[in-house]
Structures are given as structure tokens and as C-alpha cells.
Design a binder for this molecule. Sequence first.
Ligand SMILES: NC(=O)c1ccc[n+]([C@@H]2O[C@H](COP(=O)([O-])OP(=O)(O)OC[C@H]3O[C@@H](n4cnc5c(N)ncnc54)[C@H](O)[C@@H]3O)[C@@H](O)[C@H]2O)c1
Length: 318
Amino acid sequence: MKIVQIGTGGWGRNHARILSELGVLAAICDSDPKRSAEFGSKYMVSHYTDVDKMLESEEFDGAFVVTPTVTHAAIATKLLNLRKHVFVEKPLTYDMQEGAELVRLAERQKVLLTCGYIERFNPAVARVKEMVDQNRYGDLLMLEFHRENRMPLHIKDVGIIYDTSVHDIDTANWLFGDVPNMVFARAASKLHGQEDFASIMLGYSDDRVAIISSNWITPTRVRRSEAVFMDAIVRLNFLTQKVTVEDADGQETLGGRGGGEGEDGEPLLLEIRSFLDAIQGRGEHLVRAREAVNVTAIARAALLSSQKGMPIYLDLRV
Ligand SMILES: NC(=O)c1ccc[n+]([C@@H]2O[C@H](COP(=O)([O-])OP(=O)(O)OC[C@H]3O[C@@H](n4cnc5c(N)ncnc54)[C@H](O)[C@@H]3O)[C@@H](O)[C@H]2O)c1
């Protein structure tokens, strides 16, 4: 199997490393000539600065698109038109209609299109998902997410909702197995050109709710979540991958990097492996592109709600 990668910046360097380790990286393309040459020689693969040139010259099965969000739709369209399987980093596209068109194109071409909602592959999230699916602590009622960090200064094309909150929007949809029918948000910009802090409330059927707090202002790196079930509170740390369950019998900690009984793993490796398996017909990839379009629709509604100061009602399909 041969895989090409477009975009080898801050995040893409990780994909290149893993794809090379897995022995499937055939070529890379980055519009920055220095980066293109650096990664081409590091992994001993052909390297390009122009996507069209790479597409003319290389034979391959699938591609990773790890370029800035506003470029995703155009690059993914070229790849899908050539009948390639495509993994696009999150968010799938900036524009929801463009995302929906990519989904239709992938269906017509009968190829896999997916999006990098990596937290589904975080062993801590997988643990909580299992608790939900097995109904271990009764119904899941509420979710709360905190994701905080100093702003990554190279991100210029989107604000925090499209860049960061989308991870938690996807995780909330994934854990509830549903999409929200109402979005209310407050967001503003304190230090940057685009919104750099946001509080988003997502209302789901049966009064279930997710509250998402994201900021690019405070200096510490926080990524955690709390799930309130009928019979337990479950706390999850995305970074340490530790999950703590508090119920009537007391408190128990499961998994976590560097200890515990958890079979932890690097989420990006698990995610990439799952994509490669899926395109070889070995299992289904967890993230369907249609779900990623829903995430974009919800992010857009959150931004709109924060601008208008009112709730936005949605009618999305799961
Ligand atoms: N899943 C995650 O946890 C996660 C984390 C970080 C970033 N991301 C996503 O990954 C994507 C890239 O983010 P980043 O932080 O690596 O950005 P970045 O700016 O560091 O890197 C982007 C790279 O793409 C190259 N590029 C830009 N336009 C190109 C084009 N048309 N053709 C070829 N190369 C092009 C740039 O030269 C740069 O090297 C974004 O969509 C971002 O949202 C996902």
C-alpha cells in the first residue's frame, strides 16, 4: 500500500513519522520548499511543493491532508476525483456545503473519506464510550469539557471554535450517539484576531447536555472532561489518558500513561492504523465523513450564536 501526505507542518510531522514507521509513506508535498526537502530526505521519499505535480507523478492508494483548514476542500476534491481514499485533518472543511459535497463525491467514487477526530482513538475516551454502550452506570446525562492552552500562533485561518472546540463537539456527539438540536454559545477575542475563548452549550434530545469551554488565553495545557451518569461521575483526562470513576462504592482510577492496567496507546497511531486497515477492507473506520460535516455545522452554529446572542436550533441527521 502506498500513501502520500500533503502538509508536513506542526501537526503533519507526526503523521509523516508514523506513516514512515508503518512503511507506507510514498511521497510528501508541502508548499514550503524547505519543509518539503527536509521531510523528503528525512524519510527518503519523493517530495513536492505542488499538489498537482505530485498527483501527476505518483501512484498511490490513499492520502493524508494535513494543511490549514481553508485548503482542505480543494485538495480533497482533487484526490477524490482521482478515486483515492482520503484522510483530512479536522475540521473536514471550513464551509459546511463544501464538506457535504466531499461526502457525496466520496460516495460516488466509492472511496473512503474520513476526518481526523482523533479523540475517538484516545484510549480514555474509548473507555468511557464502552461504559456508555454497556450501560454500566445508567444513562449518560451531562458532559463537560475543558480544553485550554496558549494559542498556537501559526493558526491564522480559523478561531478557537473551528480549531479546538470541534474536538469536544465530536466527542460529545460520539459519546451521546446523537447530534444536538440546540446550540448556544458565548465567544470573543481577547488577545487574537479571531475568537480565542468560547463556552458552548449543546442541547440533545431527552434533556441531555454538553458544555464545552475552550480558551487560548491561559498558559497551562488542560484537556479534560467529566461525564455525569445516573449512577456515577466519570472524569477523563485526555492528556494522561486516566479515567476516574466515582460512584456509591467509592473511587477507582483506570488506565493512564505510565501506570495502571490500561492498554494505552498513541491516539494518532491508532487512528492512522484504523484508516489503513479500513482501506484494505479490514474493519470500519470510526469516523464517518458525514459526522464530520455535522461537527462543522455545529461549530458554525456556535459561532453564529455567539455573534447573535441567541440559541440556534439545528435539524441534523445522526
Ligand atoms: N487532530 C489534531 O489533534 C490536530 C492538531 C493540530 C492540527 N490539526 C489540523 O491539522 C491541520 C494542519 O495544522 P498544522 O498545525 O500542522 O498547521 P501548520 O501551518 O503547522 O502546517 C501546515 C503545512 O501545510 C503546508 N501547506 C499549506 N498549504 C498547502 C498546500 N496548498 N499544499 C501543500 N502544502 C501546504 C504549509 O507549508 C505547512 O507546512 C489543520 O487542519 C489543523 O486543524 C489537527
